[in-house]
Design a binder for this molecule. Structure first.
Ligand SMILES: *[C@@H]1O[C@H](CO)[C@@H](O)[C@H](O)[C@H]1NC(C)=O
Ligand SMILES: *[C@@H]1O[C@H](CO)[C@@H](O)[C@H](O)[C@H]1NC(C)=O
Ligand SMILES: [Zn+2]
Length: 639
């Protein structure tokens, strides 16, 4: 079964106007109006995010509502054309973009309904509070007021107490999912209706269509298969360390990992348990935060340092508006939303970063990341509005993160005077690569599976949403819930992107691109050594290659952009660069795991029973093909 659509669809609702001049004129008007609307919404969002008053929130909602109406009108105007019959490729593509991946094709009533459903789900998610763990009945902490950020995330990152972690994990999942379930099911229904009007079989097919490539799913699946051996080695090593720490009552020596002890609420990246798994703790890790404090760094100086990185490779400095309007520190006397982000005001001059900067290494790396987004905004500013975007939905994050691969490596930190230890030591390198793997390799299956689940729900319905979620997590990620789950739960919703209607496969694509772009820039810089210590700082050649990509924005197909990036070698998304980067770690892990019976995980019925309880007397009907395989394996061992 192939879910990938061809690009030239014929079944969707479309108009009859084939007048090219009229189409060009419409697109010119659209370009102006969309840029103005974007400026208006972005300004209102900025005002609220940096100054969270009721008034500012009201204004933001007004601006967003205005945009929703604008999108509706735009869709109607664009859909009046029959773009399949227009001979100008650029016009055709822009009209196609305006009439797909939108719910504006629904009736006013349904369009409003799905719009409000999503707002309500986001609101509900934002207001979830959970109760702290009570060690005993006399415990004082009675207030159930823990927020996701920072309380819940901090406990999941720092606690090493199985009971507390289980409690917090369960509270979060139990309080988020069930109250969102009905709304989400209605949302699935409406999103599918919109997709069908647009000519797709379901909303998942429409989501994949954003990549404008019929082979997209295969390419992504192939790369995932290539990453799995590395992931399994990492998991096996981490499992042994966790076993030593927590004991065999909560983790099996050949089993999947319980989701609550990996240092992250969603078990999506594991760097918070570096203290448990770091191979050579006696070799100081590379957190240069103390050195930064020692040298008297300020937030402003950190931003200047990041800017100097970009100008050193020949990219633009931040414009005066950036320095005048950005929010670089937590403001005094007003409430602000502190998640770091980069902003494009859609008027070609105003670009900003919002960050409550603290002087530490993590923030320094984040600044480079956000500033890379701003560079992208500045370089594609002269493109039409629809092309002022990443070449595909993964490019923005891919580029931003590829810059950080240069910045956070020990060689670079040494060059800028922040790291004083020997960078050549084998132990130092393995420590570094292991920490990177906890962030990046551990993330791959999660980033891949979130939308596999969503596609499945859009395609086959909402009847078994929770067991399908855990089935994917067990099969692809090797992770199980710490406590039994049922269909009354809705655990996928514990991740905000699900209720908030934000596609997720882009993060997987970005992960691959991050390493592909890093490798390409290192090649351009004439670098030949191991990829994990390549630093493109001061390389004009690397900078030239990057600006070629940035300038294009979305104006060309991302396959062409990838081809440009790889010097004509390939236009494929690929795991090869990432595997290359981690090659020294792979060799080390294989050696560490050489006495392990199972690399990866085996699945017993006790694992699947956590989310697919077997019904007495009809057990066979409920056996998945997966558990049959395992069952056969167990029988073999007994024999
Ligand atoms: C914050 O927003 C309010 C309007 O709600 C405004 O009166 C106030 O001046 C703003 N504060 C700052 C520092 O911009
Ligand atoms: C990607 O490259 C392959 C082989 O070089 C080519 O056949 C294909 O048309 C290219 N795809 C795009 C979208 O450019
Ligand atoms: Zn980013």
């Amino acid at each position: 079964m192939s879910r990938a659509p061809g690009l030239e669809k014929t079944s969707h609702l479309q108009g009859t106007n084939t007048n090219l001049d009229e189409a060009v004129k419409f697109l010119q008007e659209y370009d102006l109006e969309a840029s103005e609307t974007c400026l208006r919404v972005t300004s209102a969002q900025w005002a609220y995010s940096t100054n969270m008053t009721d008034l500012n929130k009201r204004r933001m909602v007004e601006a967003q509502t205005h945009r929703a109406r604008f999108d509706k009108v735009t869709w109607a105007r664009a859909a009046a054309f029959d773009w399949t019959k227009l001979h100008d490729g650029k016009v055709r593509r822009q009209l196609r973009m305006l009439t797909t991946n939108t719910r504006a094709c629904l009736s006013d009533e349904k369009y409003n309904e799905i719009y409000h459903l999503i707002s309500e789900m986001k609101d509900t998610y934002a207001h979830v509070r959970i109760c702290p763990f009570r060690r005993s009945d006399v415990d004082e902490s009675l207030y159930c007021d823990l927020e996701l950020d920072p309380d819940v995330q901090r406990i999941m990152a720092q606690s090493r107490d199985n009971m507390e972690l289980t409690h917090v994990w369960r509270q979060w999942h139990d309080k988020v999912g069930p109250q969102l379930k009905n709304k989400f099911m209605r949302y699935v229904d409406l999103a599918n209706q919109a997709a069908r009007v647009n000519g797709f079989s379901d909303a998942g097919e429409e989501m994949r269509y954003m990549y404008e490539d019929p082979n997209f799913e295969n390419e992504v699946a192939e790369s995932f298969q290539k990453l799995l051996p590395l992931y399994k080695q990492l998991l096996t090593y981490v499992r042994r360390k966790l076993l030593q720490r927590y004991g065999s009552s909560i983790i099996r020596p050949d089993g999947p990992l319980p989701a609550h002890i990996l240092g992250n609420l969603w078990a999506q990246e594991w760097s918070n348990i570096a203290d448990i798994v770091l191979p050579y703790p006696e070799y100081r890790d590379f957190d240069v935060s103390d050195e930064m404090l020692h040298q008297g760094f300020t937030p402003l100086r950190m931003f200047q340092m990041a800017e100097e990185f970009f100008t050193s490779i020949g990219l633009k400095p931040m414009p005066p508006e950036f320095w005048r309007h950005s929010m670089l520190e937590r403001p005094n006397g007003r409430k602000a939303q502190c998640t770091a982000s980069a902003w494009d005001f859609c008027n070609k001059v105003d670009f900003r970063i919002k960050q409550c900067t603290e002087v530490n290494m993590e923030n320094l790396v984040t600044i480079h990341h956000e500033m890379a987004h701003v560079e992208y905004y500045m370089y594609y500013a002269d493109q039409p509005y629809l092309y002022r975007d990443g070449a595909n939905p993964g490019f923005h994050e891919g580029i931003a993160n590829s810059i950080t691969l240069s910045v956070l490596n020990p060689i670079h930190l040494r060059l800028v005077g922040l790291f004083n230890n020997n960078t050549e030591l084998y132990e130092t390198n393995i420590n570094f690569l292991l920490i990177m793997a906890l962030k990046k390799v551990a993330y791959a299956p999660f980033a891949y599976l979130v939308d596999q689940w969503r596609y499945q729900i859009f395609e086959s319905g909402v009847r078994k949403m929770n067991s399908e979620w855990w089935d994917l997590r067990l099969r692809l990620q090797g992770v199980v819930p710490p406590v039994p789950r049922s269909e009354s739960h809705f655990d996928a919703a514990a991740k905000r992107h699900i209720p908030a209607d934000i596609p997720y496969i882009r993060y997987y694509v970005a992960l691959l691109l991050e390493f592909q772009i890093h490798e390409a820039m290192c090649d351009a810089a004439g670098y030949n050594g191991p990829l994990h210590v390549c630093d493109v700082y001061r390389s004009r050649e690397a900078g030239r290659l990057l600006t070629d990509v940035l300038k294009v924005g979305k104006a060309r197909h991302w396959k062409d952009v990838l081809k440009m990036l790889t010097n004509g070698n390939s236009n494929r998304l690929s795991a090869d660069a990432m595997l290359d980067y981690f090659e020294p770690l792979m060799a080390w892990l294989k050696d560490q795991n050489k006495n392990e019976r199972i690399i990866g995980w085996t699945t017993y019925k006790e694992d699947t029973a956590l989310f697919q309880p077997l019904v007495y007397g009809s057990a066979n009907r409920h056996l998945t093909s997966h558990s049959v395989v395992i069952f056969v394996m167990i029988v073999k061992w007994i024999l």
